[in-house]
Ligand binder design. Structure first.
Ligand SMILES: Nc1ncnc2c1ncn2[C@@H]1O[C@H](COP(=O)(O)OP(=O)(O)OP(=O)(O)O)[C@@H](O)[C@H]1O
Ligand SMILES: [Mg+2]
Length: 407
């Protein structure tokens, strides 16, 4: 391809789109200004924090927000807490909200270290977890600050880790309570995490229901207005997207479909999203799987997922074993070493099992223990959760190709 032609193509690629007014408003981390049909839940969440806005003797609050995938838990908490911080500012009350997604920030220690460095500019090296927690509490007292820690995908932590953050006020505080938490989790995972001591500290558990078709239509209409130029997506097409997402009651489902359908229109040079684009996009969207889930994985976890995806994309293979997956994983590491000129060693079997447990927690694989025939014992069988193996393989390979030195 000549340089002139190439330049023209690149120019075209980066020039304004006829379809998207702002494509990034459909990306996973975008938090919209409004959340139609969640007003009640927003008010309920905010009300819980009344007591920390008191100027003297603030009382800390611990709330849980629970629900199925894509029902707006994360968006609800981020939007409400940001508004609450504003309200605090208006009232001259120092209130801060920090948000952590435990898919990327996976331990209590890493969260606390991050709070200490980011919020208070103190280096945490050399301090133990409890010391860091104490420093955070003392700093909050000194600066008259109320700190709310949002812990999303909380099932990645252990219940006792969450409890120790909740207890920090009593353990280290001088009669004041400064640290509050909002714990966010999917329903099934929350059940696994919840124990009696933890539930005793949760002031309010807000259960978020899925959306029905009419609600989804309103949400998509609003989101489409942010993302597309006028006339790109008709009400009829939005109805169709709402209908599809109503089967999962998941708002992310339709938002991802709109993004993909918009891209198809962009590529084909259409200025309108057609029903066919929606049908095509629909087949590539897996509503339970967060589209950014692979970005939160460490390199060897990605290799492990790729190994499993490769095995399961072979004909007639619906499940695999830890042993086979481990063997394939070693091959993947070898291959990555060659491709990206790395010198990585495969992890031990014990560490590999930890990777699998992480992949299970983030919802990529499912591991069921099966009894073998004729008393040959029990063995864990690995299957994929929501995504076809071939698609998963392509996505991870694409990701690794783009960032071969991912860590
Ligand atoms: N009421 C709403 N109005 C506008 N957009 C919404 C609404 N509810 C959800 N969304 C959007 O739908 C998508 C999914 O929402 P969100 O990520 O908050 O779901 P979630 O409940 O946290 O799901 P998961 O359990 O998978 O983390 C996001 O893009 C979010 O902005
Ligand atoms: Mg979420």
């Amino acid at each position: 391809m000549g340089i002139q032609v190439r330049k023209r193509l690149v120019e075209q690629a980066v020039s304004d789109s006829d379809v998207f007014k702002d494509e990034s408003t459909l990306f996973p981390d975008f938090v919209p200004g409004e959340l139609p049909h969640r007003e009640r839940e927003m008010m309920r969440l905010a009300k819980n924090f009344r007591s920390i806005l008191k100027r003297d003797r603030p009382r800390s609050v611990h709330v849980a927000v629970i629900g199925d995938p894509g029902v707006g838990k994360t968006a609800l908490v981020k939007r409400t807490m940001e508004d609450l911080v504003e309200v605090g500012r208006d009232r001259n009350v120092k209130l801060d909200f920090v948000y952590y997604n435990c898919h990327s920030m996976r331990t209590k220690a890493s969260i606390l270290r991050h709070v200490l460095t980011e919020k208070f500019g103190v280096q945490s090296r050399g301090f133990g977890e409890e010391e860091i927690l104490e420093m955070i509490v003392k700093r909050c007292e000194k600066e008259d600050l109320r700190l709310v820690i949002g812990i999303d995908e909380a099932n990645m932590l252990r219940a006792e880790d969450i409890l120790s953050i909740i207890h920090a006020n009593e353990v280290f505080g001088s009669g004041q309570s400064r640290i509050s938490t909002v714990i966010i989790s999917r329903t099934a995972e929350w059940r696994a995490l919840l124990n009696a001591p933890l539930s005793g500290h949760i002031l309010d558990q807000i259960d978020i229901d899925g959306y029905n078709k009419d609600e989804l239509f309103d949400i998509f209409k609003y989101r489409a207005k942010l993302a597309f130029w006028e006339g790109v997506i008709s009400d009829q097409i939005l109805e169709m997207v709402a209908e599809i997402s109503a089967s999962t009651r998941n708002a992310r489902h339709g938002i991802e479909i709109m993004l993909r359908a918009g891209r198809i229109a962009d590529e084909t040079g259409d200025r309108e999203i057609k029903a066919d684009f929606i049908r095509e996009a629909k087949n590539r969207v897996y509503p339970e799987l967060r589209p950014d889930v692979f970005y939160d994985l460490r390199s060897h976890e990605l290799y492990a997922s790729l190994a499993i995806a490769r095995i399961l994309s072979r004909p007639d293979t619906i499940e695999t074993t830890i042993k086979d997956a481990y063997q394939e994983y070693q091959l993947v590491v070898e291959e990555m070493n060659q491709v990206a000129r790395l010198q990585e060693k495969p992890a031990s079997m014990a560490t590999f099992r930890q990777y699998l447990s992480t992949l299970e927690k983030v919802g990529i694989i499912s591991m069921a223990v099966k009894n073998l025939d004729q008393g040959r014992g029990r063995r864990a069988k690995i299957t994929l959760y929501d995504i076809p193996a071939k698609i998963m393989r392509d996505r991870i390979e694409g990701l690794l190709k783009r960032n071969p030195n991912i860590r």
